[in-house]
Design a binder for this molecule. Structure first.
Ligand code: NAP
Length: 241
């Protein structure tokens, strides 16, 4: 039985991914930061699908909390996968207005957090498994006028994926990334532009923002047996962006 950790599994892309993987037969450990109610909803939905689950409040920037998340997940059974998803942006704006604490927070959650979780997964997936890192189309677009620092960190996610895929392949661990475009989640409100998905629609070739379920489908494929020869890939799911 697959046992998968989804960080940031309480809301948005992570919540959709947790539900999708549960529907596909995974038992799921959800990591989240502080939204207990949102995490509880996801747990209820997963149990209704007949799967085992646990929700663990764990700040992914803290090595001790990450360790506890992985320890708790292993109570579900031997770990088979990680979805490195917990991420943040910062207030949208010109590069010159970027504040140092926002820069550090974006790097801490989106890069240090991903590395700490990937490190735990690499140590614990002793019988092989798969890691999917949630990157962003921003990694290649650069996000001018919005959040260049975030785009740069997402490019680092792609490099992390390349290196880990090569280093871990001999251990039977596949490592891939999904690069979403503009997806309808709370992240845009948190960056000060709740209507960003609608505003962006005009510059997206498919003419609309994406839905979290459309990202979850790509993650599910990368974690599953149909992707058995796929590692080091960055799968862009961005409506043509
Ligand atoms: P979201 O709706 O804002 O959800 C973020 C999730 O991450 C929540 O579950 C949150 O937990 C958790 N989280 C935040 N900081 C954390 C921390 N320090 N430790 C542990 N968990 C933390 O975001 P989303 O849009 O689904 O984004 C998910 C991923 O997709 C991110 O990596 C993001 O960069 C990437 N992405 C998103 C888009 C988009 O358009 N939405 C596009 C490209 C890439 P709480 O609920 O407890 O706060």
């Amino acid at each position: 039985m697959p046992v998968t950790i989804v960080t940031g599994g309480s809301r948005g892309i992570g919540a959709a991914t947790a539900r999708r993987l549960a529907a596909d037969g995974h038992d799921i450990a959800i990591g989240y930061h502080h939204d207990h109610d949102a995490a509880r909803h996801v747990v209820t939905d997963i149990r209704a699908l007949g799967r085992h689950t646990v929700a663990v409040p764990a700040d992914t920037t803290d090595p001790d909390q990450v360790n506890r998340l992985f320890d708790t997940a292993e109570n579900l059974g031997p770990l088979t996968g990680l979805v490195n998803n917990a991420g943040v942006t910062s207030p949208i704006g010109p590069f010159t207005d970027l504040r140092l604490d926002d820069l550090r927070h974006v790097i801490d959650v989106n890069l240090v957090g991903y590395i700490l979780c990937a490190q735990q997964a690499a140590r614990r997936l002793t019988h092989g498994g798969a890691i999917v890192n949630i990157s962003s189309a921003a990694a290649t677009l650069g996000s001018p006028g919005e959040y260049i620092h975030y785009a740069a960190v997402k490019a680092a996610t792609d490099t992390l994926t390349t290196g880990l895929a090569k280093e871990l392949a001999p251990h039977g661990i596949r490592v891939n990334a999904v690069a979403p475009g503009v997806i309808r989640t709370d992240i845009h409100a948190l960056s000060g532009m709740p209507d960003r998905p609608d505003r962006a629609a005009g510059r997206i070739p498919m003419g609309r923002a994406g839905e979290p379920d459309e990202i979850a489908a790509a993650v599910a494929w990368l974690l599953g047996p149909d992707a058995s020869y796929t590692t080091g890939a960055v799968v862009r799911v961005a409506g043509g962006l």
